[in-house]
Design a binder for this molecule. Structure first.
Ligand code: GTP
Ligand code: MG
Length: 184
């Protein structure tokens, strides 16, 4: 047992979940961490937390702390404090609302202005095109436009997700974690 323990690596990662009001940040976390979904909307006030422990591989344990930041906070002054020491971020928009994608640009630039890697590069981030179970806005159906958008705004990648139907939830999280691991 001591031999096994010696080779076990443990990480603690603070990940942010940001994006406009009602895009599904809390729902994403509830699906990912608690395997639950509710159609009822209860706005997050300030922020919330969730923890998840992942046995990444036989030698690696990852403790995730997910910071669920209220969409309303973009207009607040607390984001600097919230973003401190984050190593990765999910930026969520709602595929049925093009406006929420426009706002992604503001969330992403706020993020990059307030937290970065020691070498000055942006922290890894993944764009979530959430509510993909519903009718998509035209822009959000165009994968090549989405790829361009991610390149331009320095996202590590993007995924269609549905917190409701459990689409790509583990996949996008594993993708972000692997990007974070490359830097640690
Ligand atoms: P704030 O806390 O105000 O910033 O909102 P939020 O981003 O946390 O949104 P929340 O998770 O509360 O979801 C808002 C609404 O969208 C709720 O009614 C959810 O049920 C619904 N919703 C979230 N994700 C999905 C999804 O993947 N598909 C569908 N159809 N509805 C979703
Ligand atoms: Mg919320």
């Amino acid at each position: 047992f001591a031999e096994i323990k010696k080779h076990t690596k443990e990480y603690f990662f603070k990940l942010l979940v940001i994006g406009e009001i009602g895009t599904g940040k809390t729902s994403f976390i509830n699906r990912y961490v608690h395997k639950q979904f509710s159609t009822q909307y209860r706005a997050t006030i300030g922020l919330d937390f969730a923890l998840k422990v992942i046995n990444w591989d036989k030698n690696t344990i990852i403790r995730l702390q997910l910071w669920d930041i209220a969409g309303q906070e973009r207009f607040g002054s607390m984001t600097r404090v919230y973003y401190k020491e984050a190593v990765g971020a999910f930026v969520v928009f709602d595929v049925t609302r093009k406006q929420s994608l426009d706002h992604v640009i503001k969330w992403k630039s706020d993020l990059d202005a307030k937290v970065c890697l020691p070498d000055g590069e942006p922290i890894p981030s993944v764009l979530l095109a959430n509510k993909c179970d519903l009718n998509k806005d035209e822009y959000a159906t165009n994968a090549s436009l989405m790829n361009q958008f991610c390149e331009k705004h320095q996202f590590s990648g993007w995924f269609y997700t549905s917190a409701k139907n459990n689409i790509n939830i583990d996949e996008c999280a594993n993708f972000l974690i692997s990007k974070v691991l490359e830097k640690h």
